[in-house]
Each structure stands twice: as structure tokens, then as C-alpha cells.
Design a protein around this ligand. Structure first.
Ligand SMILES: NC(=O)C1=CN([C@@H]2O[C@H](COP(=O)(O)OP(=O)(O)OC[C@H]3O[C@@H](n4cnc5c(N)ncnc54)[C@H](O)[C@@H]3O)[C@@H](O)[C@H]2O)C=CC1
Ligand SMILES: O=CCc1c[nH]c2ccccc12
Length: 295
């Protein structure tokens, strides 16, 4: 992770594959995902266009969210040049061939490249899908060399899975997108990221005030909210960023989107970052992919 002192007033973090990644992302995967429908979801388009209009430049999509077409339309209709946006998508269902999967995703997105392409999760049956983690990563590297992804990475990978990649990689992952918040700090994994130049991207950053509430941080978050005149949401998003992670959040409400974007304009004092970290360790809560992780 980046050094905490370096994050002051930054709106992006550098990526090991070149370029930079905005510190806050708008996610299309929880509130927005589309299940089993073939028609366009107009609400997703409206919400995503609002997100782009008010200033989100980092958009977090995935094959399995079923809304890459909606994301593509939102980008085109936003009027913001593609070069000013940072678009992520991920492969999971079609992991048998990441290269073919990306071809389909790019068609749906209506763009020639993504800024970041991720293997969504290491949880697949290698015999059934006919591909190992090592072979999947080698295809990801080809995608990077082709220029169809400006950076490549993974999501939900643990240290043993990252080591399997490290053993064969010519290009190490730039990012591991994981569930990360004060109640799920995965310190060994995050230390591994730091040692190997992998940026942590945090999904579920608000778990302590959503599915993880109530909890030991409740009083501290209320106090810090008063101290900084910022909402509990902003305190938690900023905590993730001040720990060196990109914060991926979502909402269909414009005021919540604005609230999230405003976290670029302040920074928590280091003792407050540390207090949240310390008190957060009193509770452990994983919300996503709970059947797959062995911990
Ligand atoms: N790679 C992966 O496996 C995963 C990736 N993601 C990505 O991360 C994005 C964000 O994930 P989330 O966990 O939804 O993010 P999150 O932890 O930021 O939660 C967002 C939700 O919290 C609500 N919220 C905000 N402030 C609140 C408050 N004060 N009280 C109560 N509710 C509040 C919002 O309205 C929204 O519904 C997804 O859309 C997706 O793009 C999410 C899960 C897994
Ligand atoms: O990425 C977030 C979790 C997730 C995994 N598969 C799906 C499918 C649809 C929405 C979210 C997710």
C-alpha cells in the first residue's frame, strides 16, 4: 500500500503498470447489478450518468454484473471523453478464456480498451473450466501486451493464490480488489500487497455502518464525524484511502454520490486512522463471497 503520509490531497494513486487510478470508484456491482434481464436497465444508465456528471471518473464494472452495455451507454452519453475516465471490468463466468471474455466485454462497453482488467475471483473449478490460475494469468498478460487493458490485476485473491501468479508471472498484478474495511483488515495480505507493489482496492468499505453494524467502532465513528464535520460514510471511505487503498462504493442517490466524492477534500489525522484500525480489530465481519474464503 502507499505510504499513509503520501495520500494527502491526492485524487489518485500510481499504478505499477503505469498511469494512475482515482482513489474513489463508483461500483456497478451491488445496488446496480442486473440479473437475468436482456433489456437495458434504464435506472442503471440514469444512475451511472449521474455519477459521471457529478464527478466520478472511476467506474467499477464486471462481466457478472450483467450491465456492461448500460455502463458503455452511460459513458458515451455522459459527454466526458473516454480518455478522462478509468474503466474497470472483470472476468469470472468466462474464465475459461479471459481473452475471449474481454472481447465480449469491450463490445458491450463500446470501448477499445479498459483501464483495468481483473480476474474477479480465484474460485473456480480448474478441471471444469479447463484453465488453471497460472494459465489464466498468462492470458491476462497477453491482453496487457495487446494494449486492450492498460493494467491487469485480480480480485479476492489470497496470498497462496497471489504466489501462484508470482511464480509464473512476467507482469505482476497491479491491483488486488478485496473486501476491505476496519472489520476485515487482512493485515498479512495487505502487507504482501505492499511488498509486491500491488495496490489494494477496497470494496465494501462501509460495512461497519451497513451490514456490519452495530459494532465496536460505532462511538468512535460518531465522534470523528463531529470532529471533522463529515458523515460516517465519509469517515469510513477516507479511512480506507488513508490506509492506502482505493475506495469502491455505490449508491443510486445523488446526494450519497456527492458525499462519496467529497472525500478527496480532507484527510484523517494519523492517530485517528490508527484508532479506527485498532478498534476495528475487535470485530471480524466478511460480507461477500463468504462460502469461498477459508478463514
Ligand atoms: N470484486 C468483488 O468481488 C466485489 C466488488 N464490489 C464492488 O464494490 C462496489 C461497492 O460495494 P458495496 O459493498 O456496495 O459498497 P459500500 O460498502 O460502499 O456500500 C454501499 C451501500 O451503502 C449504503 N450507504 C452509504 N452510506 C450509508 C449509511 N450511512 N448508512 C447506511 N447505508 C449507507 C449505500 O447507499 C449503498 O447501498 C460494488 O458496486 C462493486 O462494484 C462489491 C462486492 C464484491
Ligand atoms: O463483485 C461483487 C460480488 C458479486 C459476485 N457475483 C456477482 C453477481 C452479481 C452482482 C454481484 C456479484
Amino acid at each position: 500500500m502507499s505510504d499513509i503520509s503520501e495520500t494527502k490531497s491526492l485524487s489518485s494513486f500510481p499504478l505499477s503498470h503505469g498511469g494512475s487510478i482515482p482513489i474513489v470508484a463508483y461500483g456497478l456491482g451491488t445496488a446496480n447489478y442486473k440479473s437475468g434481464r436482456s433489456d437495458l436497465d434504464k435506472a442503471v444508465i440514469a444512475d451511472t450518468k449521474t455519477a459521471i456528471k457529478i464527478g466520478f471518473t472511476h467506474l467499477d464494472g464486471a462481466e457478472v454484473y450483467g450491465n456492461e452495455e448500460e455502463l458503455g451507454i452511460s459513458i458515451r452519453e455522459s459527454g466526458i471523453p473516454r480518455s478522462q475516465l478509468f474503466v474497470t471490468t472483470k472476468v469470472h463466468k468466462s474464465i475459461s478464456s479471459p481473452k475471449n471474455a474481454l472481447t465480449t466485454s469491450l463490445e458491450k462497453l463500446g470501448t477499445e480498451y479498459v483501464n483495468l482488467y481483473l480476474i474477479h475471483a480465484p474460485f473456480w473449478d480448474e478441471k471444469e473450466k479447463g484453465i488453471t490460475i497460472e494459465a489464466a494469468w498468462q492470458e491476462m498478460e497477453e491482453i496487457y501486451r495487446e494494449g486492450r487493458a492498460k493494467a491487469i490485476g485480480v480480485s479476492n485473491f489470497s496470498i497462496p493464490e497471489l504466489k501462484r501468479i508470482a511464480d509464473v508471472a512476467k507482469i505482476q498484478p497491479a491491483v488486488n480488489q478485496i473486501e476491505y474495511h476496519p472489520y476485515l483488515q487482512s493485515p498479512e495480505l495487505v502487507a504482501y500487497h505492499r511488498q509486491h507493489g500491488i495496490l489494494t482496492a477496497a470494496y465494501g468499505p462501509l460495512v461497519p455502518i451497513t451490514k456490519g453494524a452495530p459494532g465496536p467502532l460505532d462511538d468512535l465513528i460518531t465522534n470523528l464525524s463531529e470532529k471533522y464535520s463529515k458523515s460516517p460514510t465519509q469517515i469510513l471511505l477516507r479511512w480506507a484511502i488513508d490506509m492506502g487503498a482505493v475506495a469502491i462504493t455505490t449508491s443510486s442517490k445523488e446526494w450519497r454520490m456527492k458525499e462519496a466524492l467529497e472525500v478527496s477534500s480532507f484527510k484523517l489525522d494519523s492517530e485517528d486512522v490508527e484508532n479506527i484500525r485498532k478498534i476495528g480489530t475487535q470485530k471480524q465481519r466478511r460480507v461477500f463471497w463468504t462460502k469461498n474464503f477459508k478463514d
